[in-house]
Write a protein that binds this ligand. Structure first.
Ligand code: BGC
Length: 935
């Protein structure tokens, strides 16, 4: 039961918990109005693992700070108050500069002379750890060199529950392991460059509609997610980011189980900071904070951009956090913990030695050289844009990522082109220049010309954009050939006439089409962030069919933010090849030319499933409020069954399955070996944390915190100081002092029990989860005539009736010479074989038989073997482990090569069945309360 306290401000009102009997601890536990349990106190950082040095330095620093200085670290100065999209307060007395928080996950947003990297979706399709890292490191370097302290990326929320989700392209993949590996390497790359990564958006931020309160909803959408699904799917990649040491995590706009992400004590205190041992700081998304004391006690560490509404001049924190500490509603240890976490992240990535003079060297709000440093207030006219060129030679890396991530979906022998075609023709606006230029629409909020970036905050300005048409033209002319194009998507007569000429002379018709999406604050062509459908834009189907009706060698290239429906034309015999070229950034044209003409042999694999219909995914965006004016209720009733897991479970045949992609050569798989490794039993973590530390002392003389007399206030700027010694007056809140019910434990600073799945020695959860239980090896032979890259994939069947048919657990990409055989080696960790056990609140390995599969996609798994022999038990004996035995392995004929040049057709693919020893027919499964799969 709660007790009554006096509170500082409206800012202090905590959410009311527990008024509903439905619990997310049931699985599936996704029902309207469910709530998750309150979890307090907010765990204090301890400097676990490799954070120890950063914590010692941060603790020493924070010990010197006054109350106002500590508050200043936690609170943004307000929207457009300084030059970055987010800026906290400085501590000039100790020479500590304010932090510059800057988008985006693909480059330095709003700046000039920076690189426009491929979107995360595109780097994901390379399946290359090395490229994940290199991209992160190159982006981090550009942020560092422009003077950014915190890069607002990478993104693993959304993960991509519904294919229409507007920001899916900002993320990697709907698979948690591909996302988890990619985020791990990206965070390492960014932070090795000396910049803090901010992994976002935590969590359940799966659609743009209703992400914030609006005309049709008084509160943001609630993503209702059960405990198992949270652990096994949505939180999984965040755990990898934490394990990689991400210095910051951004809490999201939406509610989870009817509590706002940034004040959800279960998600922040219990899972992120306790179970996963997160040592960095939680930053709010922009205006995602909805309370003062409640969000502080629920684990939020920094509010961005600092004001309640953009430029409101008021803040839930700032002076209200000072007041809350003075009146005891936020304990000093909690504020000290916020400050230590922020400063520790700064030390952890060595910001101290990675500063740029006069940083930040650019302004987000204008590209003029001189202007106002306090843009909103029109104050501080000075040099604000130094126009530093930080691109380095990153263009080469970008081109490589694009080419390596390009996915060849169909090829009947048309590709690669020779460059000697008699007549090369190019069609579609997606091949050419945007009428307004590459940066002509703010935050890329339009779909003109070739699509190389989605829209919203996850963007950067292009330094240039090589279009497919100019790159193809250049290759053709190098070969002294002829090339013509029609880039008007609707000039059907001209398209048909040009395509017809190819039918007479020979040559190729290369058709470009796209599908765009973005962040919800911009609507493009009626799409409010989320896509309205899964079809190509600008009547792409009509364009393709029009060209294919005339041209016997029609090659389709798509730039899309996710899957599109291709069934209208993919089986057309005149469509000789199909390519997905992702969301490539500035080097788009060069990379697609590399693939089309064979300078690079495609080796990318699709990081999401291509369904035949919209309905085949089983998940969709909630477009219409289902709760009157209240918070829309988005029940994630499908549990962990998104993307290929859903298709497999319900025997839905995809157009192109997850992990699929062809090459200009062929690969065959053989010789699987399973080696049980010696690993200790799992030991659930026990014991207590130390008591909450405080650093320095806080005087309770209110007069010490008054803003200095004669102080010049910048308009709408947020300061930590008070305008009155009377706290009620200083709070600017008429309801100051109102009694509210709070939850037990919020103020408890005594040693706290650690969680079994947590850790006393490092972050990312119990270290035994990462013990390697098995190593699986398999041989892959390049049976074709050219060298090529193959991404071999390891999947596991966890074996239980509620488990997916298979889940991806590891992968590797290697280049194999023609005729050569290469051995791939995959470790399988305890985590890889575990399920989340709600009762134990821990990971356990069930006694169901575990099987490993190796192959070239989620449905082309020629090799398999039973996993047995390793120590899968726990030190406590709960639950009983499976019986021992020796591993067995088998090689099963695939019924064809895994990928093919010149022979693979869409029809053979369509009817292809997954191979392996298991039966593919999914176990009968009906989610409780549902009689059909049509949720
Ligand atoms: C987005 C964040 C972004 C922030 C700052 C928000 O609207 O959701 O991803 O970092 O704005 O631009």
């Amino acid at each position: 039961m709660g007790f009554i306290r006096s509170t500082a401000a409206l800012a202090a009102l905590p959410l009311v918990f527990g008024q509903n009997s439905s619990s997310p601890f049931n699985n599936p536990g996704a029902v309207s109005f469910q709530t998750s349990p309150p979890k307090y106190p907010s765990p204090w950082g301890e400097g676990l693992g490799d954070w120890a040095d950063a914590y010692s330095q941060a603790e020493a620093f924070v010990s010197k700070l006054t109350l106002l200085e500590k508050v200043n670290l936690t609170t943004g100065v307000g929207w457009e108050g300084e030059k970055c999209v987010g800026n906290n307060g400085a501590i000039p007395r100790l020479g500590f500069k304010a932090l510059c928080m800057q988008d985006s996950p693909l480059g330095v947003r709003f700046a000039d002379f920076v690189s426009a990297f491929p979107a995360q979706l595109s780097v994901a399709s390379t399946w290359s750890r090395d490229l994940f890292y290199q991209r992160g490191n190159a982006m981090g370097s550009e942020h560092r060199d422009k003077g950014v302290d915190v890069q607002l990326g990478p993104v693993v929320g959304p993960i991509g529950r519904a294919p229409e989700g507007g920001r899916n392209w900002e993320g990697f993949s709907p698979d948690p392991v591909l996302s988890g590996v990619a985020v791990y390497e990206t965070v390492k790359g960014i932070q090795d460059a000396g910049v803090v990564a901010c992994t976002k958006h935590y969590v359940g931020n799966e659609q743009e509609h209703f992400r914030q309160a609006g005309a049709n909803n008084s509160e943001a959408i609630s993503s209702n997610i059960d405990d198992v699904t949270l652990h096994e799917l949505y939180v999984w990649p965040f755990a990898d980011a934490i394990r990689a040491g991400t210095g910051s995590i951004m809490c999201s706009y939406n509610q989870i189980n009817n509590s706002y992400a940034c004040q959800n004590s279960y998600l922040q205190n219990y899972i992120m900071k306790n179970e996963l041992g997160f040592q960095g700081f939680i930053m709010s998304d922009w205006s995602a904070q909805h309370s003062g004391v409640a969000s502080a006690l629920a684990g939020l560490d920094m509010t961005m951009p600092g004001d309640v509404g953009f430029d409101s001049g008021t803040s839930f924190w700032g002076p209200n956090l000072t007041i809350a500490v003075l009146n005891g509603t936020v304990p000093q240890w909690r504020l000290d913990d916020m400050a230590v976490r922020i400063v520790a992240a700064w030390y952890y990535v060595d910001r101290e030695n990675n500063q740029v003079e006069n940083s930040p060297t650019f302004s987000s709000w204008t590209q003029d050289t001189y202007g106002y440093s306090h843009y909103h207030a029109s104050e501080g006219y000075t040099l604000i844009n130094e126009h530093l060129d930080v691109q380095d030679d990153h263009a080469e890396l970008i081109r490589k990522i694009d080419a390596d991530g390009t996915v060849l979906l169909k090829n009947n022998g048309a590709l690669p082109l020779t460059g000697k075609e008699k007549l090369t023709t190019v069609f579609g606006s997606d091949a050419g220049e945007a009428m307004y230029g590459p940066n002509g629409c703010g935050d890329r909020g339009c779909d003109n010309g070739t699509l190389a970036m989605g829209w919203g905050s996850g963007t950067a300005n292009f330094p240039y954009l090589i279009t497919p048409l100019e790159a193809i033209k250049s290759v053709v002319r190098d070969n002294r050939g002829s090339i013509e194009s029609v880039t008007d998507d609707f000039a059907y007569a001209q398209q048909a006439a040009l395509a017809h000429r190819v039918s007479q002379t020979g040559g190729a018709c290369i058709v470009f089409a796209n599908s765009d999406a973005g962040e919800g604050y911009i609507t493009v062509d009626g799409n409010e962030g989320d896509r309205n459908n899964l079809t190509l834009w600008h009547e792409g189907d009509a364009l393709i069919n029009n060209v294919a009706s005339q041209c016997p060698n029609t090659i389709v290239v798509m730039h899309t933010v996710g899957p599109v429906l291709v069934g209208n034309w993919s089986d057309n015999a005149n469509v000789t090849a199909i390519i997905w070229a992702g969301i490539p950034g500035q080097e788009s044209g060069n990379a697609i030319a590399d693939i089309l003409y064979g300078a690079v042999n495609p080796g990318g694999k699709t990081p999401f499933t291509w369904g035949k219909t919209r309905e085949s995914y089983g998940t969709d965006v909630l477009y219409v409020n289902n709760n009157g004016q209240g918070a829309p209720q988005d029940n994630f009733v499908e549990g962990v069954f998104i993307d290929y897991r859903y298709f497999d479970r319900f025997n839905e045949t995809p157009q192109y399955e997850f992990g699929y992609g062809l090459s200009y050569t062929n690969f065959s798989y053989a010789n699987i070996k399973i080696n049980a490794r010696s690993a200790p039993a799992y030991v659930p973590t026990t014991g207590n944390t130390p008591a909450a530390p405080t650093y320095g002392s806080v005087s309770n003389r209110t007069a010490d915190y008054l803003c200095p007399p004669g102080f010049h206030f910048i308009s709408a700027y947020i300061y930590p100081c008070l305008n009155s010694t009377d706290l009620a007056t200083a709070s600017l809140e008429p309801r100051y002092g109102q009694n509210v019910t709070i939850n037990p434990g919020e103020y408890d600073s005594s040693p706290q029990p650690r969680l079994p799945a947590g850790s006393a020695v490092g972050s990312g959860g119990n270290a035994h989860l990462y013990d390697v239980l098995y190593t699986v090896t398999a041989d892959v032979t390049n049976t074709g005539a050219v060298a090529g890259d193959e991404v071999a994939q390891l999947y596991v069947s966890l074996g239980g009736p509620n488990d997916p048919v298979v889940v991806l657990r590891n992968f590797d990409r290697k280049t194999i010479a023609p005729g050569a055989t290469t051995t791939y080696s995959f470790d399988i960790t305890r985590r890889d074989l575990s399920n989340w056990d709600t009762a134990a609140q821990d990971w356990i390995i069930t006694s169901y038989t575990k099987t490993a599969y190796v192959g070239s996609s989620s449905r082309r798994l020629p090799l398999s073997g039973t996993l047995s022999g390793a120590n899968t038990g726990t030190s406590s004996g709960y639950p009983p482990g499976p019986t021992g035995g020796s591993s067995s392995a088998s090689a099963v004929p695939t019924g064809g090569s895994s990928s093919a040049a010149g022979g693979s057709t869409a029809s053979s693919y369509h009817h292809g069945k997954p191979t392996g020893t298991k039966s593919w027919a999914p176990p009968a499964y009906t989610p409780p309360g549902y009689t059909t799969k049509n949720w």
